[in-house]
Design a protein. Structure first.
Length: 97
């Protein structure tokens, strides 16, 4: 059984598309911004990631998102290093999720 969530896209205030996925269910929302250089769709090929995602999904809804310019997200990856831009991107993902 494939448990991969659908990749969705949030629109940042400057029009950049930020890729994110939602998995699990529960009363708590957990948000994970990519610190990895692994594209969001490929994470689910790693058994260790799947185990962690399942455990977290048992008590909360998890939102996995990529930084702009990485993987399926558009934009310039250097902009993700600018704090106000990164904050606005995360806010766009949370609003969309």
């Amino acid at each position: 059984m494939d448990e991969r969530p659908v990749t969705r896209y949030a629109k940042a205030s400057d029009g950049v598309s930020i890729a994110y996925q939602v998995s699990g269910d529960g009363p708590v929302d957990l948000v994970f911004s990519a610190g990895l250089a692994v594209p969001i769709d490929l994470r689910w090929d790693e058994p260790g990631f799947v185990r962690v995602a399942r455990r977290l999904g048992g008590f909360g809804r998890t939102v996995w998102c990529e930084n702009r310019g990485m993987g399926a997200s558009s934009g310039d990856y250097r902009d993700a290093l600018v704090e106000p831009i990164a904050d606005a991107d995360l806010t766009a993902v949370l609003d969309a999720a």
